[in-house]
Design a protein around this ligand. Structure first.
Ligand code: MRU
Length: 308
């Protein structure tokens, strides 16, 4: 489905309601939202235009709390707005160009993540992934799915176990669709099947994306990821995280400081219908000690992780 968004408020709404979702993709969308705010502003001076753009940036950054790519992109656009520009028209043009550059960079980062990460998966590997960290989540190519796509190109025969990803089913709806487009063999499983799959020796590696990585490598990702990492350790399997450096938050030392988004009870349909309380965190944090490697556009990083 295509959405035509004509104001930054509509872009923020699309991020909030997850019409646009996935950490890198919401960063890219926020950058375009700020460029849109500049185009729509009637400001006649650079100073007033900067204020309008800053207002949009604050509104966009508040749309979702966990993925650091969102404030990261807003900060890049804010830097651009603060630079010297000849007049409002030049500033509008510079912001448009900056948003396009952020988008192009994210796609290129993903391609490099794929190149670096592909070697982690042997030909014919059985790979399990969670949520959707593909082209739909990143503006192009994908992070975890980028690794899988690149590995598949090098050595076909790879098979992907796709966690359905409760409660919003990003795996079932998005990852399954993307893998089909790429002609990569895939099988959908309920989230609770993962442990038994590993016990049956039907998984060789787990690859997920990330929404925010602390300096010590603790990683926030879609709820359910932490459980997979613990299961991987229990079964002696490698657990890999793939993410661009725009997902690393140098301001956060360790995972417990990562803000975790809690979403509406209605998203957990049955619980809400039964009239009981619902606890619906959208993300969890996997401690770095469970992460075998983090793949960024710079390469494959092994513990101890000391990101700066
Ligand atoms: O669907 P979201 O935006 O709530 O989920 C975020 C994600 O896409 C996943 O956590 C993903 O694994 C990392 S972002 C590529």
């Amino acid at each position: 489905m295509e959405l035509r968004l004509t104001t930054w408020q509509e872009v923020a709404g699309a991020i909030r309601e997850m019409a646009v979702r996935g950490a890198p993709a919401i960063g890219v969308a926020a950058a375009y939202g700020m460029a849109l705010a500049a185009v729509r502003s009637h400001a006649g001076s650079v100073e007033v235009l900067r204020e309008d753009v800053a207002r949009a940036g604050a509104g966009l950054a508040a749309a979702r709390p966990t993925a650091v790519n969102l404030p990261w992109a807003v900060a890049r656009m804010t830097e651009e707005a603060a630079a010297a520009h000849a007049g409002p028209a030049a500033l509008r043009e510079a912001l448009r160009a900056k948003a396009e550059a952020i988008h192009a960079d994210e796609v290129e980062r993903c391609e490099r993540i794929g190149e670096h990460g592909a070697g982690l998966l042997r030909a014919g590997a059985q790979v399990l992934t969670h949520c959707n960290a593909g082209a739909l989540a990143t503006g192009g190519f994908g992070t975890a799915l980028g690794v899988i796509r690149a590995a598949h190109r090098r050595g076909p025969g790879l098979h992907v176990w796709v966690d359905e990803t409760r409660p919003l089913l990003q795996g079932a709806r998005l990852t399954a669709w993307e893998l089909r487009q790429e002609d990569i063999a895939a099988t959908l499983v309920t989230d609770s099947t993962a442990a038994w799959l590993m016990a049956e020796r039907k998984v060789d590696a787990i690859v997920t994306g990330a929404d925010r990585i602390a300096r010590n490598g603790d990683t926030a990702n879609k709820i359910g990821t932490y459980g997979l990492a613990v299961l991987a350790r229990a079964h002696g399997l490698p657990f890999y995280v793939a993410a661009p450096t725009s997902t690393i938050d140098p301001a956060i030392e360790r995972g417990r400081d990562i803000p975790i988004e809690h979403r509406r009870p209605e998203e957990v349909g049955a619980g809400a219908a039964a009239g009981v309380g619902v606890y619906n965190p959208a993300f969890d944090v996997t401690p770095a000690e469970y992460v075998s490697a983090i793949v960024t556009e710079h390469g494959v990083h092994r513990p101890p992780y000391l990101f700066s």
